[in-house]
Ligand binder design. Structure first.
Ligand SMILES: Cc1cc2nc3c(=O)[nH]c(=O)nc-3n(C[C@H](O)[C@H](O)[C@H](O)COP(=O)(O)OP(=O)(O)OC[C@H]3O[C@@H](n4cnc5c(N)ncnc54)[C@H](O)[C@@H]3O)c2cc1C
Length: 383
């Protein structure tokens, strides 16, 4: 039995290649992308070239044939440099492609997976203005019309929406049926009646697009229903159960990035005649940050490896996301303080990591929703 954080040779090589890519190719553009609120097209193209937009896609469709754990490693490594780049890869792999691998027909896989590996960005559209935590109260309607479905409604907060060519979108065939009406569709960007609406101006992960989707009599071929009619709720629950492990990975990477910056700064900044790393008060802060990062890593890696092993992982996934997003905030906050005044400016990267950390407690289920899930498990399990 291997220790949890021990990586196989293949995993280690993969981790190092993503780390190098993130530092060398993304690092120099992080500030500019944050300020402009846009993700550079050349970096997106490189994410495809690196195979990072189809990590788990089987080789027969042109993918890497990698593991879910590798997808989490990629998300972590990218987040240490730029949590925006990280979430683009996260949604593509752990939500959209993950759902297609599990629920799409062979014909649908042949139609979409090769494109998604090569150049097509995917988005995952569940939330609406009136349905966030209560996701299955969604109001977007789908009605059958011959060999098509006609979709009407609005989706909100959709990551990757600006860049995406395809949207995994949840709509209801019958609102009276509650969650049992929910059905999952693949909607192409150029579908008649489909439009990407307003882009949000955000606190953090500003280079990752978050937009409204507008469906006005949007026509989608019946061949684009993913899974069974009325079983979309199952696809949504199960993809989010897995996806949130990678959000834990994103927050872990962010915290590790902030810790690394703080350590580097503490080693060179002098006050009272010595580098601040020699002051015990600063050492204690670094120690706490390191323990938090390591604890988050154990939770995230364990949940990801449980998932790959086909073992129960849902409570562990919620814990990983809940804890990692909590420590990402405190570690980034401590990093800002270790930098002192300059930490509060945009000239140093910790200010951005501090802003980026906030989203971890909100998307893919708020911290409260993770606590609901964890508490339910503990209150219902036999003692
Ligand atoms: C940057 C960004 C990107 C996103 N990307 C996507 C995406 O790609 N696809 C997508 O579908 N959605 C996406 N979302 C939406 C996100 O998943 C929701 O914002 C989130 O689920 C919370 O929903 P809400 O905003 O409606 O908040 P609400 O559900 O209104 O929650 C508000 C507050 O009430 C609390 N609360 C609600 N219900 C309960 C309860 N039962 N018990 C205790 N507390 C409760 C919540 O914890 C929260 O603190 C994104 C959001 C953001 C901000």
């Amino acid at each position: 039995m291997q220790p949890l954080t021990h990586l196989s040779e293949e995993e280690r090589m993969f981790q190092l290649s993503v780390r190098r890519f993130a530092r060398e190719q993304i690092g120099p553009h992080v500030r500019e992308m944050d300020e402009t609120g846009t993700f550079r097209k050349d970096i997106l193209a490189k994410l495809f070239e690196m195979g990072l937009m189809g990590i788990e896609v089987p080789e027969e469709y042109g993918g890497q044939g990698g593991s879910f754990f590798q997808a989490v490693l990629a998300v972590e490594e990218l987040a240490a440099v730029d949590p925006s780049a990280s979430v683009i890869v996260d949604v593509q792999n752990t939500l959209v492609i993950n759902a297609l691998i599990r629920w799409a027909t062979a014909e649908q896989k042949h139609r979409y997976l090769p494109k998604m590996v090569a150049s097509m960005v995917g988005a995952y559209a569940l939330s609406e203005a009136g349905s966030g935590s209560d996701a299955f109260a969604l109001q977007t309607r789908a009605a059958q019309d011959g060999d098509h479905y006609v979709l009407n409604g609005r989706k909100l907060w959709i990551t990757n929406a600006a860049e995406a060519g395809v949207y995994l979108l949840f709509a209801t065939l019958n609102p009276e049926a509650g969650y049992k009406g929910i059905t999952c569709f693949l909607v192409e960007r150029d579908s008649p009646g489909f439009r990407v609406g307003k882009k949000e101006d955000k606190l953090g992960i500003r280079a990752s697009s978050t937009c409204e989707l507008i469906l006005d009599d949007c026509r989608v071929p019946a061949a684009n229903v993913i899974g069974e009619l009325g079983k979309g709720y199952k696809i949504a629950i199960e993809t989010l159960n897995e996806g949130r492990i990678a959000i834990g990975g994103q927050m872990l990477g962010l915290a590790r990035g902030a810790l690394d910056h703080a350590v580097a700064y503490a080693r060179q900044r002098k006050q009272f005649g010595k580098v601040i790393a020699e002051h015990q008060g600063v050492q204690f802060e670094i120690a706490q940050m390191a323990v938090d990062v390591e604890a988050a890593r154990l939770l995230v890696y364990n949940a990801a490896r449980l998932r790959d092993a086909g073992l129960p992982f849902v409570t562990e996934a919620a814990m990983a996301k809940y804890f990692s997003s909590q420590i990402a905030e405190t570690v980034a906050s401590r990093a800002v303080e270790i930098f002192g005044g300059v930490g509060f400016t945009k000239d140093y990267p910790v200010e951005k990591l501090y802003r980026d950390a906030k989203i971890g407690r909100i998307y893919e289920g708020t911290s409260n929703m993770q606590r609901v899930l964890i508490a339910k498990h503990y209150l219902e399990k036999p003692l």
